[in-house]
Design a protein around this ligand. Structure first.
Ligand code: NAD
Length: 486
């Protein structure tokens, strides 16, 4: 590898980089060229054991530190991440192919936000005092769960590693994180920076590997909790494995979110929302509003303005700051998207713009706009995870709400309208964990993020995440002699 801040080995365990070349090789492919720019080795059973043993060993002492001390380390890590934002953003671009214009503002910065936010909360995690009759009382304490496992998807490797690690560590847990095999590099830097900031050895470890390594981690009896970001099919498997031993679980899974645009909406603003909700990160965002319901009165104007705006996208070299759309993450993901575009046309959707692969080098595809999409079409039902926007027509609010909710998914939903009461009524009616009014796809650390229905269980970010990385103990204190019936 020839880029700055390259990780120096495959895994980060017990405060240092660790290599074991007996593990199967995983190539690191730069999506903009298809070139192999490095390799890591999947964890062998010995590596998995080393990481879990280290996390287990470190956990009690880490939890015994004051929250303020733990928080200080997280906040120091946030500062280091911000200082190194440029090189970390370049690494994120090598890993994912996302344009540097995005990674510079959305990845290490978002990870730093999480470290800073949960670092700030760590010292304020307290229990309750509950007064009872006769002077008795109960106090509660918020305790760490123990060793947590984080498993990541490939679209936001730095952010996911920190969104899971920061609340876990703030609560006194330790973590073993397994990045996606498609983007193995960035999580190693999160581990390295936490260590540099003062996290003791074993507090945050990273091991590489495919699903079998993830499964080995989830099933280990030393693990108290698993947090997965991935697809619904993987979520079903991991959630079932966690249930076998009553482990805590957070599932951040896929979606097919509705974005409803009423004819009183500000058209340019609505087009911007649909762009953010379909083409950012080349469409590889879980919360994307890929079913864009447009009220019939503005359909033609919306399609015309959208096609015009799509013509302004700058597709190309992700390292060029002028680029706004990079490649898909992998050849496989590109093929999946091409296949959905073909199915969309075969099933009768009207291709308005895009739809074609670009060049022979790298995994580029044009942002794609379909009109006249109906609810039963495959592209309206299945998560594509690529830059494919489907426009569906609607007449009334009642009709569109029923159609918007007629899906197994429930990650996000959005509405564009200038009618204040309708905006809130529609948001209340959405079966989704994260809703947007007159904007789309923002995920600030201060707000809970997560899905309902098949899109997930639990919440990341905000004070809600604390509940998912800690448990409450009740202590009953008697102030009088203990009485018994005989
Ligand atoms: P994926 O489900 O294929 O893989 C996710 C992770 O799970 C990878 O690290 C993989 O190695 C691991 N894994 C696979 N099988 C496993 C098993 N049996 N046991 C344990 N771990 C296993 O998902 P992906 O293709 O990497 O990511 C895309 C998916 O992630 C999309 O569905 C997207 O919507 C979703 N996603 C969700 C969120 C969210 O916050 N809700 C965010 C980003 C991505």
């Amino acid at each position: 590898m020839t880029y700055p801040t390259q990780p120096t080995a495959s895994h980060f365990i017990d405060g240092q980089y660790v290599e074991d070349t007996n593990g199967p090789e995983i190539p690191v492919i730069y999506p903009a060229t298809g070139a192999v720019i490095g390799k890591v080795h999947a964890a062998t059973p010995e590596i998995v054991e080393l990481a879990l043993a280290s996390a287990k060993r470190a956990q009690k002492d880490w939890a015994a530190m004051s929250g303020t001390e733990r928080g200080r380390i997280l906040r120091r890590a946030a500062d280091i991440m911000r200082e190194r934002n440029h090189v970390l953003s370049v690494l994120e671009t090598w890993d994912t192919g996302k344009p540097l214009s995005e990674t510079t503002v959305a990845d290490a910065t978002s990870a730093a936000d999480a470290l800073e936010y949960f670092g700030g909360l760590a010292g304020s995690l307290t229990g309750e005092h509950i007064p009872l009759a006769g002077g008795d009382f109960v106090y509660t304490s918020r305790e760490a769960l123990g060793v947590c496992v984080g498993i990541g998807a490939w679209n936001y490797p730095t952010q996911i590693a920190a969104w899971k690690g920061a609340p876990a560590l703030a609560c006194g847990n330790t973590m073993v994180f397994k990045p996606s095999e498609a983007t193995p590099l960035c999580a190693l830097k999160v581990a390295e920076i936490l260590s540099e900031a003062g996290a003791p050895p074993g507090v945050y470890n990273v091991v590489q590997g495919l699903g079998n390594v993830g499964a080995a981690l989830v099933q280990d009896p030393r693990v108290a909790k698993v947090s997965l970001t991935g697809s619904v099919p993987t979520g079903r498997k991991v959630y079932a494995m966690a249930a076998q031993n009553m482990k805590h679980a957070t599932m951040e899974l896929g979606g097919k979110s509705p974005l409803i645009i009423f004819d009183d909406a500000d058209l340019d603003s609505a087009v911007s929302g649909a762009i953010l909700g379909n083409f950012y990160s080349t469409g590889q965002v879980c919360s994307n509003g890929t079913r864009v319901f447009v009220q019939k009165g503005i359909k033609d104007a919306f399609l015309a303005r959208m096609a015009e705006r799509m013509g302004k996208a700058v597709i190309g070299d992700p390292m060029d700051m002028a680029t706004t759309i990079g490649p898909m993450v992998s050849e496989r993901q590109l093929e999946i998207v091409e296949n959905y575009i073909r199915i969309g046309q075969e099933e009768g959707a009207r291709l308005v713009a895009g739809g074609k692969r670009i060049g022979n080098e790298g995994f580029f595809i044009e942002p794609t706009l379909f009109a006249d999409v109906t609810d039963d079409m495959t592209i309206a039902r299945e998560e594509i995870f690529g830059p494919v926007l489907s426009v569906l027509d609607f007449d009334t609010e009642e009709e569109v709400m029923a159609r918007a909710n007629a899906t197994e998914f429930g990650l996000a939903a959005g509405v564009f309208t200038n009618d204040l009461t309708r905006a809130h009524r529609v948001s209340a009616g959405f079966e989704a964990g994260t809703c947007y009014i007159n904007t789309y796809n923002l995920a600030p650390v201060e707000a809970p993020f997560g899905g309902v229905k098949a899109s997930g269980v639990g919440r990341e970010n905000s004070k809600e995440a604390i509940k998912h990385y800690s448990q409450v103990k009740s202590v009953y204190v008697a102030m009088n002699p203990c009485e018994a019936p005989f």
